[in-house]
Design a protein around this ligand. Structure first.
Ligand code: FAD
Length: 453
């Protein structure tokens, strides 16, 4: 016999298909309250594009729930007060959720669980933190052994949902936002997956090229949970190198979820203790130029302007831009991490902190401290015709490759015919890369030396 009413508390799993918490609740109960609690602190910490997406996804979920005769009940405030109150009102003794693993989420759920029973599922990852263990029974510390175990670990798609009636109490209205940058809801996310799968077989060869439309751009859907990572893995399959390459990126996502879960301080503390005393420079003007995309290094500026325009940066350019902040400007990676997290439509604490620490050389799989990305050679290699730069830095549109990668090396005639006056229409490079590289290596060595001594 089915138990009566329960609650599904949606958080970062804004879908009804492939959602283990929703499936279990609808299997075991014949009436469900679908609840979302908007936490004002999280809402304020996101830039408008990500807020618009969240609002759009919630509206799409509400629309789907109308098909069950109900609504998405939205409440605004502290989950520790709201969830028990809704449980009391609806007579639910259990609240179904998909677990989340950031320090904030863990503390929030613990506070709620003091008064209501949370039935928790692992719908956020292919393999949840703690599932992939070494022979010694501990989570692997670095990626490669994690990947070796992850790829052969048993898994399957989540069970389908049952029939259910959904409570029709809509709750609060969300604050108005701008139009989302792309179509919201799980059906649109599934369409994005399918359209990418038509071109996935070029992924390995082209994924590092920001000038091509060569990656899936599913990160935001994975962040909000409009797509289930297991579904992505299932539909991608592993029949070609490119498909395996994409699945491997899903493994990175699980890996960083696990790193943050196991080392909660790593969101703002260097994973490697030897770099905790880095002599970061205080340079507000330098940070502002980086954030505005006016460093004078075209590939960095293109990336930072893509962030402003689209809430997105291509992965290769994220690495180049992050490396520029940390190594060339010697500015604390935490400032860059915060900027990215606020502005990215996929801004995600585990993925962002993990990747920033990787770039800074302070993380689990850290790039060695002496490897400093050269923004000019990276630009030449990965944006060979300068098309990505031209797209986001209009003042350089008339300057062709190879000059566009380093305008300060271009002769006055070529610059003049491209309508460029350095220092006026486009900035001079704000720092000399060769000098900055030496300065960064010396700073890292000093921090290592101090930690040894
Ligand atoms: P694809 O290449 O199509 O990859 C498929 C999926 O795999 C992605 O959607 C993503 O979920 C996952 N993935 C890919 N690369 C990585 C990676 N390096 N680490 C973890 N997961 C990965 N990703 C975020 O989702 N949120 C962030 O806040 C974030 N911040 C980053 C900050 C820096 C400094 C760097 C270098 C990378 C960051 N990434 C972040 C990882 C990566 O850049 C994005 O996931 C990727 O660019 C998203 O584009 P895509 O969906 O087309 O990726």
């Amino acid at each position: 016999m089915l138990a009566m009413s329960t609650i599904v508390w949606f958080r970062r799993d804004l879908r009804l298909a492939d959602n283990p918490a929703w499936s279990a609740a609808t299997d075991q109960h014949d009436a469900v309250t679908a609840l979302f609690v908007l936490e004002p602190k999280l809402w304020r910490s996101a830039a408008s594009m990500r807020r618009a997406l969240l609002r759009g996804h919630l509206q799409a979920l509400d629309e789907q729930l109308r098909g069950f005769g109900g609504r998405l009940r939205i409440e605004i405030g502290e989950p520790a007060k709201i969830v028990p109150a809704v449980a009391g009102e609806t007579g639910a003794s259990t609240v179904f959720v998909n677990a989340d693993y950031s320090p904030h989420s863990i503390a929030r759920d613990a506070a709620v669980a003091e008064t209501v029973h949370l039935e928790s599922f692992a719908g956020l990852a292919v393999h949840a933190p703690g599932e992939i263990l070494t022979a010694a029974g501990t989570p692997p510390r670095v990626f490669t052994p994690y990947w070796k175990r992850w790829k052969d670990h048993p898994w399957g798609l989540w069970p389908a949902a049952g029939d259910v009636s959904v409570a029709a109490e809509p709750g609060a209205d969300l604050p108005d936002e701008e139009t989302p940058p792309f179509e919201c809801g799980e059906a649109a996310a599934r369409d994005r997956l399918h359209s990418f799968l038509e071109r996935v077989d070029d992924y390995t060869a082209t994924r590092d090229r920001p000038d091509l439309d060569a990656t899936s751009r599913l990160s935001s859907d994975l962040h909000f949970g409009t797509l289930d990572p297991r579904r992505v893995r299932h539909e991608t399959g592993e029949t070609t190198q490119s498909r395996i390459g994409l699945v491997r990126q899903l493994c990175w996502r699980d890996f960083y979820l696990q790193v943050l879960w196991q080392h909660p301080r790593s969101l703002d503390l260097e994973f490697r203790p030897e770099y905790r005393g880095m002599p970061w420079r205080n340079d507000d003007a330098g940070f502002a130029a980086w954030a505005a995309g006016t460093t004078g290094y075209p590939i960095v500026d293109a990336g930072m302007r893509q962030l402003r325009e689209e809430g997105y940066i291509h992965n290769r350019v994220r690495m180049i831009a992050a490396s520029f902040l940390v190594k060339d400007l010697l500015i604390d990676w935490r400032l860059g991490e915060r900027w990215f997290r606020r502005h990215l439509v996929d801004g995600d604490i585990a993925q962002n902190a993990g990747n920033w620490q990787w770039v800074a050389g302070t993380g689990t799989d850290a790039a060695p401290y002496f490897r400093v990305f050269n923004p000019v050679s990276q630009s030449r290699k990965f944006d060979p015709d300068g098309r990505y730069i031209h797209r986001y830095v209009p003042e350089l549109r008339e300057l062709e490759a190879p000059g566009v990668h380093a305008p300060w090396k271009v002769g006055p005639l070529e610059l003049a015919s491209a309508g460029i006056t350095l220092g006026e229409t486009y900035p001079e490079p704000m720092v000399d890369h060769a000098m900055a590289r030496k300065r960064a290596i010396a700073a890292y060595e000093a921090a290592r030396g101090a930690s040894n001594g």
